[in-house]
Design a protein around this ligand. Structure first.
Ligand SMILES: [Zn+2]
Length: 147
């Protein structure tokens, strides 16, 4: 079962992010990487937002990260969310992709247990139309970064 109910529109890949979504369908997380300045960036673009180089590639990342920030929605902003309980929208800072952050949902943490720094790991959930979306689950606390 998916975190959000069926009926939420699935992503429509563009020429720039199609490889990201294609990797998700194989349950892999890949992030755009600049070969010139050796930095990850997201969302994907044809060139590096820092140095302007077009020497960019896709690199796999571990899918480990932590909650950078979050919010909890109580309003049905889409008809599919009518009668659906509160849901979180989380920004995840990836452990091994520089400062790349993904907007997603954490699927197994109650709203009152969400906190900045909570370690999470990627999982893939079907969006209802067969599309797999990257979402996150609570990870072993051992994985939490030392301050
Ligand atoms: Zn660059």
């Amino acid at each position: 079962m998916s975190y959000l109910p069926a009926g939420i529109p699935a992503p429509r890949p563009t020429v720039d992010d199609a490889p990201f979504w294609a990797a998700c369908q194989e349950q892999r997380l890949v992030i755009r990487h600049c070969e010139a300045c050796s930095r990850f960036f997201h969302p994907p673009m044809p060139c590096c937002p820092r140095c302007g180089s077009f020497d960019v590639a896709w690199k796999p990342v571990s899918g480990q990260g932590s909650i950078y920030t979050w919010t909890v929605g109580h309003q049905a902003i889409h008809p599919a969310l009518k009668d659906h309980g509160p849901y979180n929208v989380c920004v995840i800072l990836l452990d091994d992709a520089d400062d790349v952050r993904l907007v997603t949902n954490v699927v197994d943490v109650a709203p009152e247990e969400l906190r900045i720094g909570l370690p999470v790991a990627v999982c893939f959930e079907e969006a209802g139309d067969g599309t797999l979306l990257p979402r996150f689950r609570r990870a072993d606390e051992q994985g939490e970064r030392q301050q």
